[in-house]
Design a protein around this ligand. Sequence first.
Ligand code: UGA
Length: 440
Amino acid sequence: MNISVVGTGYVGSVTGVSLAEIGHHVICIDIDQQKVLVMNNGQSPIYEPHLEHLMQKNLQSGHLSFTTSYLNGLSSADVVYIAVGTPQLPDGTADLQFIEQAAHDIAFSITQDTIVVMKSTVPVGTNDKIKTIIQEAAASNITIEMVSNPEFLREGSAIHDTFNGDRIVIGAENKRAASVIESINAPFGLPIYHTDLKSAEMIKYASNAFLATKISFINEISAICEKVGANIEDVALGMGKDKRIGEQFLKAGIGYGGSCFPKDTNALVQLAGNNHHDFKLLKSVIEVNNSQQLKLFQKAKETIGDLQGKTIALLGLAFKPNTDDMREAASIPIARSLVEAGAKVVAYDPIAIPNAKGFLPEEVVFKETIEEALIDTDAVFILTEWAEIKEIDLSTFQRLMKSPVVIDGRNCYSLHEVSRFPIHYISIGRPTIISKLVPL
Ligand code: UGA
């Protein structure tokens, strides 16, 4: 099948590469010339495990190419995927300008009946609107069919998720279009679930909102655990053993970040409001998440006192491990608050430093290793649970820091292990370990 993918951001590049890997001929279109050049040379502009390898493999086999030209990219396409961004407008609604632009560009370049597949996360009803835009702007003898095929990939494990996902959702009004998209996806060997267009659009938002709800719920339970002396790790495990609850997405921490949950929860609240439904539960989920990051800062202040002139290390800057994505990362408000409080902030991340420079205050000093970041610091915040941060020899804190105060926003270490070292250890939803050896 000849497939075109419009947009080579996260979703577009992973979609294009994965469809090429299962045997389709894929052309990815992006207006960014530099990006297209880089990708045609087999380099991925984003850090995502296995993406670059599969990109190179499929460029070499001739199954994959990148272009800036809609005309070249769409001339022989049987199916066109839209995978452009839907960022958040100031009021929380999804900004559809890139989707609408893509729709116009597609309409002017297609030469035959086309199935248009929406991969981008779009509010319910958008596929109908986009069909109208393309249909009206395209040549009058061309028929457009829309399919909503939301993606459920997580950054950092996107390729793995594509080949091992729980389901592929195909929403369509036209049975033939749905069956074409089913046959395109068949080689993934995953369960396929058919719905109408609007239900598929809603499945995406409802799934992200539900996962965000799980996270805010467990973070609220963690706050109560701290007050009553329970351990959130044990509580989450005990809850998760119930299959109706499930063990995943019950990890308490500094709240959810990234390009999806914050944006999609706000968009769903707006969508509900626009349809005269006050989505109180989801509003609370968002509120809890917004306060979660600052709670960690508050804990630091309570422990260390005045932060003026103190040197504080941040370990982990990306919004989660295995990505260089800094969007809505907890490190941003925490670094800002520390700098505003007069602290000297040093920071380390294995991958995200080049991106972090555009997001963190200019006063932040970046270091190349964990050790360099820890030297002579008064406290350290652990903000992303990278494997190398989880595997630190705990004696390192005492060896390098001026005072080993560890504020762990990701519960990276077992309390039992920590208690063997002279560390003052504050984590989420677990008792604080106070070492008498640490001067505060
Ligand atoms: C999320 C969804 O998990 C994907 O299914 C979806 O396709 C994607 O959004 C999207 O809409 O594009 P992603 O944002 O890449 O994926 O990352 P997640 O692994 O879901 O993590 C999101 C945030 O929640 C991170 O900040 C993470 O640290 C936090 N989180 C996750 C927790 O705090 N606790 C958990 O138990 C799980």
